[in-house]
Design a protein. Structure first.
Length: 490
């Protein structure tokens, strides 16, 4: 990343309802053409006429300041779903929201057809624990219909004192009728990065949102995984599902952690200051080990920047579902100390020049979330699967030495636990092979548990193992150490 680049542009996927995020505070020096500076006098005259008529004839005496604020807000919200006017209260709420600690529900939301749309629930928050999903439409907040409310108004209703409850009426695709969800507001503290070893050599890193310290937290997590593994990792699953975005520099930093060179993302807008380009610096935290990036329809904005960069550089395989498609840049432009504009100023493009906006990132491998249930009865009884070796008088394997051949079992003897016949001279103490088999069985049980818990992650791990296998088979073997009189390679 070039040091002289100003990491000034914030990334938002919608309004924040209990998630840490950051916005830039920047003022562009506009270069206006004569046509840009011309005021539309007829339209302004019409505006003043409407203002005067409302002021004079409306059933109640309207507040002049509120009328102007609403007019400005309407002008901005008419541009796109993300531009907005931040009056004194909204500006203060934005600053509270970026602190990452207040009473909220833990969801990222936007507006769609007059209703509040869930972009993504945030990990370990009331919304996520209650089962809210990306794509849910909120049509009522307690007894207040959402239709007719602005996004800011809806956000105000959803925020509140921790411990208080709110009822949401939800419309979900695939459900015949709306259903109610009761949430208890909580102090929202988002842990940006979580990690663990899935298996020996294979790590899992979950980024729930992109915050100012996310890059440092990611690198620290990888170092801890390496220490726990007691050697370099053979690969990681980077989970960006339901990650609504965050700050741009965090997305750039996370991408840079796995890249050695080339573009990460660039922006294009009408204003010169909105045109930026970010490039990677030397240093790959995984030393080329494979990466699988998990995404879904709740992955937005900064998540899409990371997925797009790693996909274009063929550094990672993208697995899951098509992402949200929020590829625009919002910049906060202060009007004075108390008010500001949140204005869409540019679009994001991946290194290959793809626009994320309204398109999203398409995964290399589509994997939908499924529920996997095990055979509980077989699990309880621990029944080993039947194999040819369990049949009485089965044919012997011609490749086995005579002393390794199985001793035929008597008809009334129970089948051996192992799929291989047990020699009558085998020692009672477990051998090295027995220990290895136990480890394999343990791993299989863990895989089954992971499949039932998170099918997409289970598939991602299998794909990661396949990538590691291909990489290790094609990777040149390390040079052998030989003595002075030896010249043959091992």
């Amino acid at each position: 990343m070039h040091p002289n680049h100003r990491l000034a542009v914030g990334v938002l996927a919608g309004a924040l309802v209990g998630v840490t995020a950051s916005l830039s505070l920047n003022v562009f020096a506009f270069k206006q053409t004569p046509n840009d500076t011309e005021l539309p006098l007829e339209q302004l005259q019409k505006f003043t006429e409407v203002y005067a008529r409302v002021k004079q004839d409306y059933v109640e005496t309207p507040d002049s300041k509120e009328m102007i604020n609403n007019a400005i807000r309407g002008m901005l919200t008419g541009l796109d779903p993300h531009s907005d006017y931040l009056d004194e209260e909204s500006f203060k709420e934005l600053q509270v929201g970026t602190s990452g600690e207040f009473g909220g529900l833990g969801i990222e939301v936007g507006m769609e057809d007059g209703f509040v749309k869930v972009i993504s629930p945030i990990d370990d928050t009331p919304a996520q624990k209650a089962g809210l999903m990306a794509g849910d439409l909120i049509i009522r907040l307690d007894e207040a219909p959402v239709k007719g409310l602005t996004l800011n108004d809806a956000v105000k209703l959803m925020r509140g004192k921790p411990g208080t409850k709110i009822d949401l009426l939800i419309v979900r695709e695939g459900k015949d009728k709306p259903f109610k969800v009761t949430l208890t507001r909580d102090v929202i503290k988002v842990q940006s990065v979580k990690s663990r070893l899935l298996e020996a050599g294979y790590g899992y890193v979950r980024i729930s949102s992109f915050q100012a310290k996310t890059t440092d937290a990611l690198i620290e997590a990888i170092h801890k995984l390496k220490a726990e593994n007691k050697q370099n990792l053979r690969g990681i699953v980077l989970d960006l599902r339901n990650n609504p975005g965050g700050v741009l520099n965090a997305a750039v930093g996370v991408s840079d952690a796995f890249l050695n060179d080339g573009k990460i993302v660039y922006t294009e807008g009408r204003v010169e200051d909105a045109k930026m380009e970010y490039t990677a610096t030397t240093g790959d935290e995984l030393d080329g080990a494979p990466i699988v990036v998990l995404v879904n329809q709740g992955s937005a904005s900064a998540s899409e920047i990371v997925a797009g960069a790693l996909q274009d550089h063929q550094r990672a395989l993208i697995v899951g579902q098509k992402t949200f498609g929020k590829g625009s840049v919002q910049t906060v432009l202060p009007l004075d100390e108390k008010t500001a504009l949140k204005l869409t100023t540019a679009r994001y493009f991946t290194p290959a020049g793809r626009s994320i906006q309204a398109e999203g990132i398409k995964p290399d491998i589509d994997v939908k979330p499924l529920k996997v249930t095990a055979d509980d009865q077989a699990a309880e009884e621990d029944i080993a699967p039947l194999s040819e070796a369990d049949f009485n008088k089965h044919l012997s394997n011609p490749n086995k030495k005579p002393e390794e051949a199985a001793t035929p079992t008597k008809p009334d003897e129970s089948a051996p636990e192992s799929a291989e016949p047990i020699s009558g001279t085998a020692p009672a103490v477990p051998t090295e092979n027995d220990s290895a088999a136990a480890i394999v069985k343990k791993g299989e049980a863990k895989d089954k548990s992971l499949a039932a818990e998170d099918y997409q992650l289970f598939e991602a791990l299998n794909i990661l193992k396949g990538m590691d296998l291909v990489l290790n088979k094609t990777r040149p073997a390390p040079a052998a150490t030989t003595s002075a009189t030896e010249s043959k390679p091992l």
